[in-house]
Design a binder for this molecule. Sequence first.
Ligand code: AMP
Ligand code: MG
Length: 412
Amino acid sequence: MNQKRPMLSVAEALQTLLQAAPTKVETELVPTISANGRVLASTQHSNLHVPPMDNTQMDGYAVRSADCVSGQALLPVSQRIPAGIVGTQLAPGSAARIFTGAFIPAGADAVVMQEQTQIEEINGQTFVRVLHQPQAGEWIRRQGEDIRVGAEILQAGTRLRAQELGLAASVGLAELPVTKPIRVAVFFTGDELTMPGQPLKPGAIYNSNRFVLNALLQNLQCVVTDYGIVPDSLEATRDTLRKAAQEHDLIITSGGVSVGEEDHIRPAVEAEGHINMWQIAVKPGKPLAFGEVKRSDGESAFFLGLPGNPVSSFVTFLLFVRPFILRCQGVQDVSPQSVMMRADFDWPKTDRRNEFLRARINSDGGLDLFPNQSSGVLSSAVWGDGLIDLAAGTTVKKGDWVKFLSFDSLMY
Ligand code: AMP
Ligand code: MG
């Protein structure tokens, strides 16, 4: 029906989706140790200096640099300061044995590493011979060198990775305010689908999209309900939609969004809410359905219908569903990081759609192309390191620079 309408560009489709995403996101407090992958709900500041005091980067001797100008200084060892112990004022003309991480005692202004010293026992007393002329400040990590009191450490909307969690912990934050993960229902249409573990009957194929979608949703910290395979019938599709809408923010389906008579997604969503059948100028991909399914409480769940072809479904998720979900979870910058890379292949034919080619980074720092770019060939995505974003109507010659999106930047 809509075949004659002009196709949407990738940017237009994405913009429409992001504008529809709710601007208010629910938040909760979680222990920092279990906040990996979550989205920070409010900007965090530090109440302390990190490190809290000047401390030593080396095992060695804390000294006054002025006592060591000879390069031969012999100093009595007046105290021993392991990490975690606070030493006493360093008397002039003496040295303190000190271990990595221990605070520098008052009066000392440098650390000499133990490799540049010799121990000498004289009349039962321990001396250190300092065979080096230390500069003031040598081997000392300064108070507040990493973070100063009051400094902003993490911005609202940041996705928390290992290093962000470590930074939060380093200023003593045991809990962090994060946005609530969205609740996503998924189901799979196609009477030809069989689950791995079952024998494959004639005419059947395995439901690979179920595994791809579940993993992608897990990467984004979504709470997922998987309704499995739903028969290709209007009633079954409507029933599942109604059930799914109750407890979820978003319903995602795979398959059945073309306009064949076995494609029931459109009439089913229309009956339970409303739906826009988009034709997007993207390859692989093209059909994507976006709409809403009503709930009994008068609210509604978002609906996204992905194409059934495995690579189309995968790429459509990366380009559209991922940014939509991230925005629903309070992330502002949802665009994947792209890099310009050298194409080590020719791509002589143009397409009127924006193509996303599966490519691999080779050892010469260029990109190779998977030979079969068909939307059914999932091996291309396994072989590849990411996608080349090729504008509509563009060809590529060996040596050209192309825009590359790594799977790492597209999947998490
Ligand atoms: P459809 O979008 O329903 O017309 O399906 C397009 C193609 O994708 C057909 O060849 C289907 O057999 C295939 N397909 C649909 N769903 C899946 C799935 N869950 N896993 C693997 N292939 C699928
Ligand atoms: Mg189908």
